[in-house]
Design a protein around this ligand. Sequence first.
Ligand SMILES: *[C@@H]1O[C@H](CO)[C@@H](O)[C@H](O)[C@H]1NC(C)=O
Ligand SMILES: *[C@@H]1O[C@H](CO)[C@@H](O)[C@H](O)[C@H]1NC(C)=O
Ligand SMILES: *[C@@H]1O[C@H](CO)[C@@H](O)[C@H](O)[C@H]1NC(C)=O
Ligand SMILES: *[C@@H]1O[C@H](CO)[C@@H](O)[C@H](O)[C@H]1NC(C)=O
Ligand SMILES: *[C@@H]1O[C@H](CO)[C@@H](O)[C@H](O)[C@H]1NC(C)=O
Length: 470
Amino acid sequence: MTKVATIIVLVAILGLNSAAEARKGRILESFEYTALSCRGHTASITDFGGVGDGKTSNTKAFQDAITHLSQYASDGGAQLYVPAGQWLTGSFSLTSHFTLYLHKDAVLLASQDLNEWPVLKPLPSYGRGRDAAAGRYASLIFGTNLTDVIVTGANGTLDGQGAFWWQNFHKGKLKYTRPYLIEFMYSDNIQISNITLLNSPNWNVHPVYSSNLLIQGITILAPVTSPNTDGINPDSCTNVRIEDSYIVSGDDCIAVKSGWDEYGISYGMPTKQLVIRRLTCISPYSAAIALGSEMSGGIEDVRAEDITAIHTESGVRIKTARGRGGFVKDIYVKGMTLHTMKWVFWMTGNYKAHPDNHYDPNALPVIQGINYRDIVADNASMAARLEGIEGDPFTQICISNVTIGMAVKAKKVPWTCTDIEGITSGVSPRPCELLPDQGPEKAKACDFPTEPLSIDQVVLKSCTYRMNHM
Ligand SMILES: *[C@@H]1O[C@H](CO)[C@@H](O)[C@H](O)[C@H]1NC(C)=O
Ligand SMILES: *[C@@H]1O[C@H](CO)[C@@H](O)[C@H](O)[C@H]1NC(C)=O
Ligand SMILES: *[C@@H]1O[C@H](CO)[C@@H](O)[C@H](O)[C@H]1NC(C)=O
Ligand SMILES: *[C@@H]1O[C@H](CO)[C@@H](O)[C@H](O)[C@H]1NC(C)=O
Ligand SMILES: *[C@@H]1O[C@H](CO)[C@@H](O)[C@H](O)[C@H]1NC(C)=O
């Protein structure tokens, strides 16, 4: 054969091949993203019988895919690719050394069939479910006792279809606590990034008893009146970095927790070394960042920077009560821009919800070393409402370089303070007498640590994949 003929034959074979591929509906996809680890193996949910028509249940396809891919844990790890489509599914569990990747038009639609939601025992640090004393439904994406897990995508979506759950919750029809969208328990080295979470039945992201977590580029959207749709709730976790996220919700955008009353005290696992930066929050009935109310294992070394809140009840809120025990200490906040707030600063020692009647009223929380600086707010109804506990004052509060523009209809007294101790500098309007002004030269009085946390030193790798899928 001549050279030309060989080329023609080759072209013909290649052409036939790609025509055959096209007939089978195979698509060549290549994508790239940054991650804690790249994976050696990739498969698509369609390889396991997944159907993205919004009607077929994919719970078994997800679980089969993950079980199959778990064999690669010690062989480069594996990635499960979810292409464009509406993938109806109940709860499924992840595995270690594993990545779940969502195409930008992939939507995981949470099933409304209660049989698709296994029931878990209450968390030991809570003693009961929050909605109901019995167990709790497993989250849509669940992981326990795992290491090295990534949930990411080109801004693909988890849609909790929450209205069904909110209505049943309001009617008292649910036997168990509503599911979250993502929960990791007893896990480490976790990345959750570049995805959108819509209409969660309950909290959105709940890492508990876990460490070394990177949460980046998350969009969370839920109606501002939806019940308990907290954004991200690090709970008894160490070394957590949350950044570049946008949250609109019916409850706190970020709620830092560590267990409830006697259960949290005896479990004794704090949340510490937490960084929150470049967060934008809209939550008219809650806080941008809440510490508590369940804080019985302690909360320590929280650093929040570059926080924007719009039409939000308060910027940072500390919630605790007699019976909680535990502590909230070494809290540092620097750089908040706040528009339309009820209370810029809010601390309350009277947040009464208790798991049961067995809490110890003599278990008093220690609230100490709370630092706020470089804050500008406008249209605030009150500057601050700071209420410690009688006989157990909240101490070492430091507030500096803060300018609060009051609303036209603001309360007459901008600050109310009881059972607290601390100082201020360069704060307007003029603070309450329990927080004496140290003069404008101390405008940088409030600490913000300069040494980075280990989670800040994590370096992401660039991962590139090419795959053929149905
Ligand atoms: C997960 O880890 C916890 C804490 O180490 C342990 O108590 C529990 O038994 C483990 N669960 C499983 C399923 O291995
Ligand atoms: C991700 O999707 C959400 C919801 O559609 C959108 O609001 C957000 O801007 C998107 N983020 C990026 C980085 O594209
Ligand atoms: C998230 O997306 C942004 C913008 O596309 C990109 O710069 C960033 O590296 C991504 N981060 C992760 C951790 O996936
Ligand atoms: C006071 O805070 C503003 C931001 O609100 C910042 O630009 C300025 O540098 C701060 N001043 C000092 C003295 O730190
Ligand atoms: C100020 O806050 C009130 C609610 O307290 C709101 O109705 C009003 O629109 C806000 N004004 C501006 C200029 O944002």
